[in-house]
Write a protein that binds this ligand. Structure first.
Ligand SMILES: Cc1ncc(COP(=O)(O)O)c(C=O)c1O
Length: 431
């Protein structure tokens, strides 16, 4: 066997160092997660690197007999889990799912209604991202910063005035449900298609938390499958299409529109993740939301400015903290990282700089997946207080963070509970 080159050893060591860093750290990025050993087994399979262009049963390549069976099963589980007639497991990320939705639901020159970037929307749904590249322009919903949500009456007026063909909801800083129910009569009145970008909250929706967009007025959901949804890096489209034509357009937009290979190993891992969510999703999602509220409450009690305090802080996995008085988002996030607490700086409504924003965005989904509950949220908040409010040195906080995290390196809410979350061991499967 050939010895590893210096470069190969270097890369491998760095990846192993990364794994060890996360093993010793508190992961609070709202868009990330860890996956089960059975999903890792799928990622490691020969599905990686194979092609299956087209739709199940209508492929352009041979060798897809088992791929088709897996994808068919995954689609079936997804349709049942999300209560829809159309599920597409082929988009290779949330952004690619969004690009497909744009191809299917708009034509260049259209005006669509979206949340504003500065109010928490994702770049793919803004003019600098996929929306702009599609040649579509946007009007933005008015936003109520007190409620940290779209202003319903203002949005109703805007929709009636602009009468967009498409109204998009869903954000990257998504604290409270989008007011779909409240606006459903307006959607009907103007006859627009309602698209819900559920990238952040897909796991909460699957677990019966937050909101149920397809029952509240949305026709199409796009999403990432690796944020609150604890699956592989991938995307998904779910829909109760308004017409056969819409279903065909969605299908064609994914292939040949925006994918060729749809990363079959990820698709297989996603099929497993969908099944795991059917079995474990309710407990996981409700604990995730309870943990987010507990963490927000504890930070608030310790003197942090947590947004939407009068409204219970959050109904999702996400918390927004205004840290302007503590040096700003970048400085706080960097300090926390040195103490092995991983968060991201984030713009808050009214901010102009994404490089020096005033906020931190925290998410409770990954620590929940590792089995943490209310008591651990208190401990995490105490690390924040020691470091950012009391000014304790990084090294002593880091030491305590590492000791704390030692008890939470294993997975819950999946097949193979108790398996290491940050290292791959062959999953032997327990009946
Ligand atoms: C609301 C929203 N949509 C889409 C995306 C893109 O997802 P992906 O990273 O899977 O492309 C994100 C990513 O953070 C997001 O927050």
């Amino acid at each position: 066997m050939s010895a590893l080159s210096k470069n190969a050893s270097y890369i491998r060591e760095k990846v192993q160092a990364h794994n060890r860093f996360f093993e010793d750290s508190i992961p609070l990025i709202a868009s990330e997660n860890v996956i089960s050993p059975l999903q890792r087994e799928m990622l490691n399979s020969d599905f990686n690197g194979r092609y299956a262009e087209g739709w199940v049963g209508h492929r352009y390549y041979q060798g897809n007999v088992f791929v088709d069976e897996v994808e068919q099963k995954g689609m079936e589980i997804a349709r049942k889990l999300f209560g829809c007639t159309y599920a597409d497991l082929r988009p290779i990320s949330g952004t690619v799912a969004n690009m497909a939705a744009l191809f299917a639901l708009t034509t260049p020159g259209d005006v669509i209604a979206t949340p504003a970037l500065s109010d928490g929307a994702h770049i793919s749904t803004a003019k600098f991202g996929a929306v702009g590249m599609r040649g579509v322009s946007t009007v933005n919903y008015p936003f109520d910063t007190r409620l940290m949500n779209i202003d319903v009456e203002g949005t109703r007026k805007l929709l009636l005035k602009v009468r967009p063909k498409l109204a998009l909801f869903g954000m990257s800083m998504f604290l409270f449900p989008a007011p779909l129910k409240e606006l459903s009569d307006t959607f009907e009145e103007i006859g627009c298609t309602v698209w819900y970008d559920g990238a952040h909250v897909l796991g909460l929706i699957a677990g019966g938390q937050f909101q149920d967009p397809l029952r509240e007025g949305a026709h199409v959901i796009t999403g990432s499958t690796h944020k609150t949804f604890p699956g592989p890096n991938h995307g998904i489209i779910l829909s109760n299409p308004r017409s056969e034509e819409m279903e065909k357009s969605l299908r064609r937009a994914v292939f040949p529109g925006v994918t060729s290979s749809h990363h079959l190993h990820e698709m297989a891992a996603l099929a497993v993740a969908l099944d795991e969510m059917q079995k474990f999703g309710r407990r996981y999602a409700s604990q995730t939301v309870r943990n987010a509220r507990a963490l927000a409450g504890s930070l608030h009690d310790r003197g942090f400015t947590v947004l939407a305090a009068e409204h219970g802080f959050t109904s999702s996995h996400t918390i927004a903290v205004d840290v302007r008085k503590l040096g700003g988002g970048s400085e706080c996030a960097e300090k926390l990282e040195k103490a092995n607490i991983v968060v991201n700086k984030n713009m808050l409504p009214g901010d102009e700089s994404s490089v020096h924003p005033s906020g931190l965005r925290l998410g409770s989904q990954e620590v929940t997946h590792l089995g943490m509950k209310r008591g651990e949220m208190e401990e995490i908040a105490s690390f924040f207080e020691r470091l950012l409010i009391r000014g304790e040195g990084v090294s002593s906080v880091r030491k305590d963070v590492i000791a704390f995290k030692r008890k939470f390196r294993k997975l819950e809410y999946c097949y193979g509970e108790g398996y290491p979350a940050y290292r791959y061991e062959k999953f032997l499967g327990r009946a």
